[in-house]
Design a protein around this ligand. Sequence first.
Ligand code: 13P
Ligand code: SF4
Length: 320
Amino acid sequence: MDNLTDKIRELAQAKNAVILAHYYTEGEVQDVADFVGDSLALAQKAAATDADIIVMCGVHFMGETCKILCPSKTVLIPDLAATCSLAESCPADEFAAFVQQHPDHKVISYVNTSAATKAVTDVVVTSSNARQIVESFPADQPLIFGPDRNLGNYINSVTGRDMLLWDGACHVHSRFSLPSLVALKQEHPDAKVLVHPECPAPIVHLADKVGSTAALLKYAVSCESTEFLVVTESGILHEMQRQAPHKTFIPVPPEVSEGERIAGVTCHCNECNYMRLITLQKVYDCLLHMTPIVEVDPTIAERAVLPIQRMLDISAALHL
Ligand code: 13P
Ligand code: SF4
């Protein structure tokens, strides 16, 4: 057997491993997975699996979430260097000091955070459930939201809240080009604009649909339009195109800096370089050699599981 995909599937079956992948990974990685989803769905799948091993084809915080929810299972990540710029924009010690300065505030953290940041959080959210979870707090309850200022601003705008925001951002979503989006809208006047809420407000204002990767996918597949301008990481186009082969999905490009323009550099900045570290070969190698393993300090995990479980419980109650 020399096909890598077949070898991975055979190994996964022999070892009772489940392979989970995020929509931003390479198409061939998504294709080998048992399940592909957004951050919320991946956490829900991990929490419910009876596999002995979870292979998380995504970034490190996703692996940590699996390990925190399933401490007795082995959680593998094909490349430990697959981190997340947004999670890294919120160092746990600095966030804890910020939280301590506002003792009357409840703390809401986006799932794109380290386990240590989650450990000083009251409830975790993803882009699938952030609005509903924020709205589940009484209107007069002061709230801290971290780390994504763009998602926080968006949730403030749709809920009328005034959450205190941590000043973090994702290097991919904060870099989409507004002039390119405006020009593409003029060229494709019938196209619907799909935007992830990690994008800045001027981009979000042009959206026909704002949502998590899963929500954007669902909208694109189910609505009658046949043309879409996609303002999120371009890996999502793989599943969009697979589920709606007759529709056209146009990735919106990132802003190119003057230096890059002069140097003639081709910018792939609408690709998450961390997600793209996950290759088919690394999926195979990690399953074969059972490394790298995702570890979370048990004392941190003990605290971090509470806000993650709260998120899963609220999501289940709301059928999200
Ligand atoms: P989703 O939860 O929408 O899949 O987003 C994850 C992510 O990392 C966005 O950059
Ligand atoms: Fe993190 Fe941004 Fe990559 Fe999502 S796209 S995993 S937020 S760096």
